[in-house]
Ligand binder design. Structure first.
Ligand code: CUA
Length: 366
């Protein structure tokens, strides 16, 4: 049936007897507004009563939580408005059985369209400005900042403290109430540095150094989580941040320098990197290169199960271990998949480091 024929058929039926939208409803819009307001209030009460985040532990947390609450308070009525109109329309304007005709052609309603563009525009703009003000506030430079360089790699985090002359720490120690300036990098793929109790999160992006500033304000142990799917060991990429009193932090820092063999000299210049510490041991290389993220090795206290147990390789020689590190797909242990282990240890590790790691693994066989 062509468009013209259909129009003619419609015209042949004559004008509709009565507008179905108004029949039996004295104040449909008023009733809808009533339902919407009630549903919004209930929805806001429910969303605000939910604990979305763990107990806060940084000075930024309060501002972020308030921002989040404001977003919820604004979003719920919009959601309710859309859903009320949608559900009401589906029920109220449902086609009668046997009615296969088209609806009346509508060319829009300019006033309505201006309203539903302007109000969301104002809301979104206001929220964006509010968000920007909060972000600007929590990212402001503080006095006496502690610089911590965070490095992500499959599948571990390591932490450098340039002014404390600490490199490759496996745990993140932070003095309570001191502002921290995190500089976040990755050695391989995208990761995301996140401590839920601090609220702030930042991606580690290849080729970039991203930043977070925050001040931990509660002592305790919290988890550092990787929040970006980065490979099979992603879920094991969790370490601890320990927020401790200033004295305990200084003691830990001194212990770290001691353990690193008296500590590296130099370390000025602020940029970090460059200076050579005493050669790291095989066990240190095992941990700092993320091996523990995937492998079990009793000697190093590693328990992950993504890859084979490196303490139980059976009758293997040095050449096999070396090959398995630099070319992991050459020979894959039965029961494990190829292509999982990063294939860039050949370039990540120096010759001396590779030698030390191979020797350590050979010595760790049970
Ligand atoms: Cu690193 Cu997920």
């Amino acid at each position: 049936m062509s468009e013209r024929e259909r129009v003619q058929v419609d015209e042949a039926k004559g004008p509709p007897e009565e507008d179905p939208r108004i029949a039996g409803e004295k104040h449909p819009v008023a009733r809808m507004i009533g339902i919407g307001v009630l549903a919004s209030l209930v929805g806001i009460a429910i969303t605000l009563s939910i604990d979305w985040f763990p107990e806060p532990a940084s000075t930024a947390a309060g501002k972020i939580d308030t921002l989040y609450d404001v977003l919820l308070i604004c979003s719920v009525p919009v959601f309710v408005l859309v859903m009320t109109i949608a559900i009401y329309s589906v029920v109220r304007f449902r086609a009668k059985p046997g009615d296969t005709g088209d609806g009346a052609p509508i060319h829009g309603n300019t006033r309505l369209e201006i309203i539903w563009v302007t109000i969301p525009f104002i809301m979104v703009t206001a929220l964006a400005i509010y968000g920007w003000v909060v972000l600007d506030d929590i990212e402001a430079k503080q006095q006496d900042e502690l610089v911590v360089q965070v490095t992500g790699q499959q599948f571990t985090w390591t932490f450098d403290y340039p002014s404390q002359r600490i490199k490759d720490a496996k745990e993140l120690y932070l003095p309570v109430d001191r502002p921290v300036d995190f500089r976040i990098k990755t050695k391989d793929v995208l990761h995301s540095f996140w401590v839920p109790q601090f609220r702030l999160k930042s991606d580690a992006v290849p080729g970039l150094t991203t930043k977070i500033r925050l001040t931990p304000d509660r002592e305790g142990n919290f988890e550092v989580v990787c929040a970006e799917l980065c490979g099979l060991g992603h879920s094991t990429m969790r370490q601890f941040v320990r927020v401790v009193p200033d004295g305990a932090f200084e003691k830990w820092a001194a212990d770290q320098r001691q353990a690193a063999g008296g500590g590296a000299t130099g370390g000025g210049g602020g940029g970090g990197g460059g200076e050579e510490a005493a050669a790291p041991s095989g066990e240190e290389l095992f941990t700092s290169n993320g091996c523990a993220g995937c492998h079990t090795l009793e000697a190093a206290g590693a328990t992950a199960k993504v890859g084979p147990d490196l303490g139980k390789l059976g009758d293997v020689d040095e050449a096999f271990i070396r090959e398995s590190i630099v070319d992991p797909n050459a020979e894959v242990t039965k029961g494990f998949d190829s292509g999982i282990m990063p294939q860039d240890f050949n370039t990540k590790l120096s010759k001396e480091e590779l030698d030390a790691l191979v020797k350590y693994l050979l010595e760790s066989q049970q």
